[in-house]
Every structure is written in structure tokens, then in C-alpha cells.
Design a protein around this ligand. Sequence first.
Ligand SMILES: C[S@@+](CC[C@H](N)C(=O)[O-])C[C@H]1O[C@@H](n2cnc3c(N)ncnc32)[C@H](O)[C@@H]1O
Length: 263
Amino acid sequence: MKFNDIDFNKWKEEDINVDSLWIYNEREKSGKHKNHYHGNFIPQIPKQLIKRFTKKGDIVFEPFMGSGTTLFECENLERKYIGFDINSEIIEYVNKNMEDSDSSKYFITENDSTNGNQSAENLNFGLGKFGKQKFQLAILHPPYWDIIKFSNNEKDLSNAKTLEEFLSLMKTSIQISYDFLEKERYFAIVIGDAYKNKEILPLSFYMLHLVKKNFDVLLKGIIIKNIEGNRGKIGANNIWKYRAMKSDYYIFKHEYILVFKKQ
Ligand SMILES: C[S@@+](CC[C@H](N)C(=O)[O-])C[C@H]1O[C@@H](n2cnc3c(N)ncnc32)[C@H](O)[C@@H]1O
């Protein structure tokens, strides 16, 4: 099955990263990408996933849209888009940025993506707008539990009270993404780890285990992504190095991109 537009007559020229280690020196800032939102991801992540796993006109779904990074890439790459977020302020921000865009190509709405019924209803509506029943790629970039608090809404995943609650809510939103994803297509979870009670809490490993245990998928990629100088550490690298050396921990900068194929 052909699931992308890669031209194999010119495959050497394609900007597709097939390595499991993605190191980027800086965030792409062209077009609508403004680095406005604390907790956003670099545009290179959705761009790579969209180009590798979708064709022009395919639909990309995102249950945790944030500031629209993936939507803006979908617009650049001529893919359709459905995005949800629980935070109405960020929906408004994205809507403002899309004022001059073709509204027939995307659907975004306020939605609690840990609520199965509400998500199914909104997904059916969004897909109906494109005359489809399934989408072709899902990108899930949830809060890394409570390391950044996104809102005071109690349904916001960053307000989950325990790790168990966080993982169980994530299971529901993965279920929805899985159910509406076309067979033999891909979904990716972008997640970093946390540091709690003097040790690493490997959220990414828990997430990987959760998906493999509960869903019929093939694990196609464990990508480690690093960007130099992000998260306000620019210019402060030496302080972090000093603190780490005085103590016994390692500074983590990387995040994981877990890529699964629905069976
Ligand atoms: C890590 S951010 C996504 C950032 C996005 N990739 C970007 O580049 O801007 C996670 C998002 O999940 C949203 N969120 C948290 N809990 C949610 C829930 N239950 N349903 C839908 N969205 C939720 C937050 O409001 C936040 O915008």
C-alpha cells in the first residue's frame, strides 16, 4: 500500500529523516510558526511524520493540538487536519492564525480528548466535513503529565492526580485515535520523561508499554529527538552542567517519538 508521496526516482533528494536519532540545531520559524506556546513541539516533528506517512489530501488528526504547529504544517503540505484541545484560549489563537486560510481543509474545536463519547462525536463531525469516516495519521503530543501545567481545567491531563490516572486517561484518548485511524496506517506519540522524588519517571516507557499491551499495533520507531538550547536553557547551559555535576543526575533534553502501525 502506498501511504506517502515520496518520489523514488528522486529519493536521494527527499528531506526525510529515517534515523532513530533526530538532532536539530534550531526550531523552524517560517510561515505561521511563532514559538508562542510553552510546551509546543518543533515544526520539524510533524513535518517529518506527515511527509513519511501521508499523501496529499490525507487527513491528520491531533487530539492535543496546542498552538497549531501540526495544522500549519498540514496547510504547507496540503493535508487536511482535525485538531482538538481542551483550552479555548489556544483554539482562539489558532483560529486567528488561520483567518486567511481555506477553512474547508481543517476542523478544530474545543474537546476533552480523554472523553470517548465527546471525542467520537466531534471526530464524526470533522470527518463528515471531508466526506470521510477515517483519518490517515494521528499525532499525539499530550502534556508530559504535570511537568507543564496547561490550564486549571480539571479534565486537563496536566492536572491528573496520579501517574495511574494520567495513563488511564491517555489510554482513552489513544483508543479514540486508534478506532478512527485507517487500518495499516500510523500514529505517533511524542512524549518526554519527568523527574520526581529524586529519580527519573520514564513516562515514555510507560506509554510504550501501555500501547503495546492494549492495542493491536506494530512498533515501527523509537525516535529520540534532541534540540540544542531549547526550553529556556539557552545561555544557561553552564549552570545546568554545574548543578548536575554537583549532584548525581543527567540533564535530559531529549524527547521520544514513538511510531506505531495499526494492524
Ligand atoms: C504538549 S501540548 C501540545 C503542543 C502542540 N504540539 C504545539 O506544538 O503547540 C499539550 C496540549 O494538550 C492540551 N490538553 C491537555 N489535556 C487535554 C484534554 N483532556 N483534552 C484535550 N486537550 C488537552 C493542552 O491544553 C495542551 O495544549
